[in-house]
Design a protein around this ligand. Structure first.
Ligand code: AMP
Length: 401
C-alpha cells in the first residue's frame, strides 16, 4: 500500500499554528491546527480498547416484552457496555452521566428505558432529546422509530434548515418524543408551539459538542424553562473540568458510566501521515489516492465550509462521484448526500467536523484529513468513522511540509 504516496513517520512540524479558542464559531478561514499529526496518531492508538461482551441478553432485562421483540427485530441480542451498565439505573429513574461516544450504542441506552416507561405508563410522559447537530437528531429519531415500531407512539424531529411552519403544526400535536437542535426548539417555544414545561424527561446528547458549538446559553434557556423536569440523562464523549459545573447543575445524584468506544484502535484502523511538499498540488495527491480502487467509501474532512465545497467541486470535475455536507447546506440536501453515501451512489463525502459528528455510516473504507484537525477529540471522532464493527479501516492525514 505504501506506493500510493510517500509517507513518513517523521514528526510533523513546520505548519502554521494559530489555534482558535473554539473549533467552531467565529473562526477565521484558513486557520491551521497546531497539533502534530504524529501525536494525534499516537494518542489515538494508545486509547484503551475493550471488546466488551455482556454475559446477558436483552431477554434477561426487566423490560416490556414488546420492547424485547423490537430489539430482537433490530438484531440487538446482547447489550453494549453502556447499555449493560446504565439501563437498569435509568429504569429506576436515576439521572445519568454517560461518558460515551457515538458507536457505543448510547442512543439505545437511553431509548430503551424511555420506551419501556412509555409502554408501562397509562399516560406516558413527554420526552425531550437535545442534540447538537441535525444529522445526530435525525439518527436519534430513526432509532426511536425503529425501537418503538408498532407501539403507536408519535415522535418529531425539529431541526434548523427545514420548514418552520410545518414544525409548528407538528409541535402542537404534542408528540410523545421530541428530538431537536437547541435553536429550532427555542424558535418553536418562542412561537408558542412548544412548551418546555410539558417535558419531564430530558436527554442531552453529545453535551461536550453542544458546548463546543456555542449552545451553552440555548441549553440553559431550555433547561431552566423545563420547570417540571425530573429525570435527566446526559451524554458526553469527553469530560473536562469546564463542563463539570454545568453538569452538576443539570444532574441530581447521577450514576456515572464511562465506557471506552474501542473505535479509534490500531487493531482496526491503520493511521498514516501524508506529507505535502511545498509547491506540491495537494488536491492531486488526494486524487491519486482516491483513484485507487481500494478507496471504496471515502470520508474527506476539511476545516471550513469553503474548503469542503472546493474539494468537492474539484472531485466532481475529476469525474469522481462526490458530495458535501456542511452547515451552509439545507437539511434536506445534507440528508440526501448522506443517504447517497450510505447506499454507495457516491464514493466520496466531503464534510466539516460539525456536519460529520455523530454520523453512523457503515463500511467507510478510508478517512482522509485534508487538513490537520484542530483538536485531538476531533481527530479521534474522525478516524473513528472508519474501522467500525470489527472491519479494517484506514485514516490518512495530510500535512503541509
Ligand atoms: P450509537 O452509539 O447509539 O450511535 O450506536 C452505534 C451503532 O450500534 C448503531 O448502528 C446501532 O444500531 C448499533 N447498536 C446499538 N446497540 C446495539 C446492540 N445492543 N447490539 C447491536 N448493535 C447495536
Amino acid at each position: 500500500m505504501s506506493d500510493y504516496r510517500k509517507k513518513t513517520s517523521r514528526p510533523a512540524n513546520g505548519y502554521a499554528s494559530r489555534r482558535p479558542s473554539s473549533p467552531n464559531r467565529g473562526k477565521k478561514k484558513g486557520q491551521e491546527s497546531n497539533l502534530k499529526a504524529e501525536d494525534l496518531q499516537q494518542q489515538a492508538q494508545a486509547r484503551e480498547i475493550t471488546n466488551y461482551v455482556s454475559e446477558r441478553t436483552f431477554a434477561d432485562f426487566p423490560i416490556h416484552e414488546k420492547l424485547k421483540s423490537a430489539l430482537a427485530h433490530k438484531g440487538y441480542e446482547k447489550p453494549t457496555e453502556i447499555q449493560d451498565r446504565s439501563i437498569e439505573d435509568l429504569l429506576n429513574n436515576r439521572d445519568l452521566l454517560g461518558i460515551a461516544q457515538t458507536g457505543t450504542g448510547k442512543t439505545a441506552a437511553f431509548l430503551i428505558p424511555i420506551i419501556d416507561k412509555q409502554l408501562r405508563d397509562t399516560k406516558p410522559e413527554a420526552i425531550l432529546v437535545l442534540a447538537p447537530t441535525r444529522e445526530l437528531a435525525v439518527q436519534i429519531e430513526e432509532e426511536y422509530r425503529s425501537l418503538s415500531r408498532g407501539m403507536n407512539f408519535q415522535s418529531s424531529c425539529f431541526i434548523g434548515g427545514t420548514n418552520i411552519n410545518r414544525d409548528v403544526d407538528r409541535a402542537r400535536r404534542r408528540p410523545d418524543l421530541v428530538v431537536g437542535t437547541p435553536g429550532r426548539l427555542l424558535d418553536l417555544s418562542d412561537r408558542g408551539a412548544l412548551d418546555f414545561r410539558d417535558f419531564k424527561v430530558l436527554v442531552l446528547d453529545e453535551f461536550d459538542r453542544m458546548l463546543d458549538m456555542g449552545f451553552e446559553k440555548d441549553v440553559n434557556r431550555i433547561t431552566s424553562a423545563m420547570r417540571n423536569r425530573k429525570h435527566t440523562m446526559l451524554f458526553s464523549a469527553t469530560l473536562d473540568k469546564t463542563q463539570r459545573n454545568q453538569i452538576d447543575r443539570l444532574l441530581t445524584n447521577a450514576v456515572e458510566v464511562k465506557v471506552s468506544s474501542g473505535e479509534a484502535s490500531n487493531d482496526h484502523i491503520e493511521q498514516d501521515i501524508i506529507k505535502i511538499a511545498e509547491g506540491e498540488n495537494k488536491f492531486q495527491v488526494l486524487l491519486n489516492l482516491i483513484d485507487n480502487p481500494e478507496f471504496e467509501k471515502v470520508l474527506v474532512f476539511a476545516e471550513t465550509k469553503r474548503w469542503v465545497s472546493k474539494v468537492r467541486s474539484q472531485l466532481s470535475k475529476a469525474g469522481i462521484k462526490a458530495d458535501e455536507i456542511h452547515g451552509n447546506k439545507t437539511q434536506n440536501y445534507r440528508q440526501n448526500a448522506l443517504n447517497a453515501f450510505k447506499t454507495g451512489k457516491i464514493r466520496v463525502l466531503v464534510a466539516t467536523d460539525v456536519a460529520a459528528r455523530g454520523l453512523d455510516v457503515e463500511d467507510v473504507s478510508h478517512v482522509i484529513n485534508y487538513q490537520v484537525p484542530k483538536t485531538m477529540d476531533s481527530y479521534i471522532h474522525r478516524v473513528g468513522r472508519t474501522g467500525r464493527a470489527g472491519k479494517t479501516g484506514k485514516a490518512y492525514t495530510f500535512i503541509q511540509d
